[in-house]
Design a protein. Sequence first.
Lengths: 271, 379
Amino acid sequence: MAYDYEKSIRPGKLPHIWCPGCGHGIVMKGLIRAMDTCGLEKNNTAIVSGIGCASRMPGYLDFNTLHTAHGRAAAFATGVKMAKPEMTVICCGGDGDGAAIGGNHFIHACRRNIDMTYVLLNNYIYGMTGGQFSSSTPPGHLASTTPYGNPDPAFDLAKLAIGAGATFVARTTAFHATQIDKLIVEGIKHKGMAVIEILDDCPTTYGRRNKFRSVVDMMKRLKDIAVPVTAAAKMTAEQLEGKTLTGVLHKEDRPEYCETYAKIIARVQGA
Amino acid sequence: MAKKIALLQGNEACAMGALYAGCNFFGGYPITPSTEVAEVMAAELPKIGGKFIQMEDEIGAMASIIGAALAGSKALTATSGPGVSLKQELIGYACIAEVPCVIINVMRGGPSTGMPTGPGQSDVMQARWGTHGDHAAIALCPASCQEIFSETVRAFNLAEKYRMPVQVLFDEIVGHMRERIVFPEPGELEVVDRTAPSVPPEKYKPFDTSFGDVPPLAAFGSEYRFHVTGLNKAEDGFPTTKAELVDAEERRQIRKVECPEARADIELNEEYMTEDAEVVIFAYGSTARSARYAVNELREQGIKAGLFRPITLWPFPEKRVAQLGEQVKAMVVAEMNLGQMVFEVERIVKSTCKLGLVTRVDGDPLTPTQIIDQVKEVL
């Protein structure tokens, strides 16, 4: 029997705004399956986003949902989680939203190791505004604001999250649909800041400008560049050139922020 | 039983007022001259099981209090002008999403970094029009440490009652001044909590106007489940571009604060010797202390002077200012900026009385002498 997505989707909110061929829907389905697998209660779950195509996702989902301002998802989510640590808090949003305008909130949420799961949809572009380069657009690629090729180096978002202190960091792509929910499940179950970077496609504003003739071409690229970390261990540097590692990239145990603060409360009240 | 008395700094009184009002979440970022508010909250909140977080920046601090408020907290942040500049984005968010929260602005000079340790009153228009777009504003301006306490309580009450951000502005002089505070007993000052929904969860709409212009607000993590966005939205909380819905929402969000009943409820002024006054000094915050002194001096010199001190700056007390404009020969606005509230006063009294202005922005307070001189010049 086909999986029932509708039980997690708000009645009357579809169709979504995403373009044909956009991978965001694949990610949303993965998120729905993951939340279901974890048995999350709708009333006890908050999904928080910023601004952009990916940030429209919470509006479709039948949970407590908070569509905030550009880049601010992690900071709003921190307030929700601190106020009600018993809630499961999930952020979702794009690369420009999370890592450029929201970069400061993102890295500090990682540093605090606050218990939330950040699903970061990296489609290499500002899609909603029509295809301007983002902080993860590869150098040399074309965008509406890099008509002669992108002069900027790109962020490696998973590395950024690891460097900033996130205690669970994983990556996959919109092509690897079944891995999406597996990694999000691990992220939700992980106590602390979990970042799941999902390499995504934007055929409308990124693909067309960068010689991907079809959505299939873009999906093939995502398939081709992904190398599981386990496989990468047996590959040479040459073989890894141009590839992106996928799977669980980092996992560690470190005190979670709200638990640490709860201990402070207990100590102060006990004194 | 004797009431508890203390010698407190204005900023400390602010924190104690917030706690009295039931504040259980503080999200902040260090900035002079407001930092003591955060320091007291950091020490006190864990004692009552509340939460304090120092965020990575001013915007994050504002975001955290909105998030916490939506999860049911009474949330506070404290900053100064440069911080409020950064927070404007999300003050607008709290306006459109109708999220109760309180923002303290301990005013220093400006623009930009200005004079961090000097007083100023140059953020009063920022409190009205700082964030983009049409929106209502509530801003309170206490002039003593005791009043900082009570106005912080009132700010929470108004935020909860009208479901919106409320700003409390006091200049650095009052923020750092130490005065005797008499702590009100629990229950002595009114403490208001937001109206919770009375409908069953499946019927709940976060912007349901069938209960009036201020829709009941549920909390995340309760039996109610809802969507919040900074986009123009319909009653159900979901984005809309339907002209009639956008228009109705925008107008309601202003009407809920600016209708006559709400104005009367929110307005608070102090008047000193205005009954027979021929000239009224319009002054607020610490400047009103100099103005009061000036009134006494002028009276001794035979000039029938009075003081009008708005404690609620926004909405502007236009009805009472208009009445005074009819009564007096002249009104003199005294403010620690280069003329901001004077535009509002002028709008109201320009056809009824003469208007004078005395300003100061060098980091020192306006003196009674400066105010007296201006009164005599105008008369």
